[in-house]
Design a protein around this ligand. Structure first.
Ligand code: MRU
Length: 373
């Protein structure tokens, strides 16, 4: 399939009131104010918190008040950007930038977007210090947001093209299963897998969404279900263990998931449970797609065995909604992500098009040439 289906339809995904914003910007007269939605409080409370500096960005990411690979990267960039306004930027030197980047990269190891965007920032500010460095950081941060908005609509469009080429079980539209949260709460745009779903809804091609609750952090029930309801999309929330049964019960046409890192051979790190879902989809003959921005590719890593999987605190599993659900010292295993083997994946949808693992090689060569300048 050819790369790049240019999006020329200016009506596609234009209704911004349907999008729950993860990030707000007030440009202000002297300095901007950037706020992010505290996702730990959702769906009960909608509270925005200001990104004041690098410290706030680090703590927001570590505490999971913001999450989702693309949003983590944006919050990190704006943590650095806002630091240029602290004390009129007097302490904002190249050394400060380097130490800020090192601290931010450590916050969550699996999602590669964070690493990729900060590497681009480093390249952009190469050889600069003082006022030119500050200006370059500010320009870079705001340009990233504008680029993401544009690229993301193209990604969603490419997803609609990909899905609408599939046969469907019901004439009134596709039934799509998804896991975790990959929508406007995981990005500063419409989202990846959930962005494609929004695109299908926009084009009146969607029958229903089956959304996995996504234990133990419940991004599915707390965030995705909230976004789907906000958009008026017909959906059912299910427990993760119901996926196989629900694929048959609801005549699911395809599974679409996001990604935290897709490596050179196509192996894909994403929310824990994705691998199970891919195996189930393969067994039941359902196509399984990964939707991702180009920044989620990591062509330097050859295969999924080399991906560092973040393990989170035991108590995240021992407690549910503040209540203990097992003996307090129960030994647990709590990986935040798993790795789905490329052979289980039908294809990858990015702003650059639809790619199979063969198409990934083409993208890799392109990425290498870009890096060489
Ligand atoms: O632990 P999280 O909530 O940050 O995990 C998020 C995911 O796994 C998403 O699927 C991924 O980041 C893609 S988001 C567009």
């Amino acid at each position: 399939m050819s790369l790049n289906w240019p999006l020329t339809d200016t009506t596609f995904l234009q209704n911004e009131s349907k999008r729950l914003s993860s990030l707000t910007i007030d440009t202000g007269t002297t300095k901007p104010s950037i706020k992010v939605l505290d996702q730990l409080l959702l769906p009960a409370q909608k509270k925005y918190i200001e990104i004041k500096n690098v410290d706030t960005a680090v703590s927001l990411i570590k505490n999971m008040q913001v999450r989702g690979a693309p949003l983590i990267a944006s919050v990190a960039v704006f943590g650095i950007c806002m630091e240029t306004f602290v004390n009129a930027g007097a302490n904002f030197t190249k050394d400060f930038l380097l130490s800020a980047i090192a601290r931010l990269i450590e916050t969550r190891p699996t999602a590669v977007n964070l690493h990729n965007v900060l590497q681009r920032l480093l390249k952009e500010t190469d050889g600069l210090d003082g006022i030119p460095l500050i200006e370059a950081v500010r320009n870079f941060s705001f340009k990233e947001l504008i680029d993401e908005a544009k690229d993301n609509r193209q990604l969603c469009w490419n997803g609609v093209q990909t899905i609408s080429a599939l046969p469907r079980k019901h004439a009134d539209g596709y039934t799509i299963m998804t896991i975790c949260n990959t929508g406007s709460l995981a990005t500063t745009s419409w989202g990846t897998a959930l962005g494609v779903i929004s695109g299908l809804q926009d084009r009146k091609l969607l029958r229903r969404v089956i959304c996995l609750e996504t234990r133990p952090y419940n991004q599915g029930s707390r965030l995705t279900a909230t976004e789907l309801a906000h958009q008026g999309i017909e959906f059912r929330l299910i427990c993760d263990s119901m996926a196989a049964f629900a694929i048959n019960a609801f005549d699911v046409d395809a599974v679409i998931v996001g990604a935290d890192r897709v490596v050179a051979n196509g192996d894909t790190a994403n929310k824990i449970g994705t691998y199970n879902l891919a195996i189930v989809a393969k067994h039941l003959g359902i196509p399984f797609f990964v939707a991702l921005p180009y920044d989620t590719f990591d062509f330097k890593t050859q295969d999924g065995n080399a991906i560092v999987i973040e393990e989170r605190k035991d108590d995240e599993m021992r407690y549910f909604n503040g209540g203990l659900i097992c003996e307090p010292n129960t030994p647990v295993f709590n990986p935040a992500f798993d790795v789905t083997k490329a052979e289980l994946i039908t294809g990858y949808i990015s702003e650059r098009g639809f790619h199979t693992t063969v198409g990934l090689e083409e993208l890799r060569v392109h990425a290498t040439n870009e890096a060489r300048g």
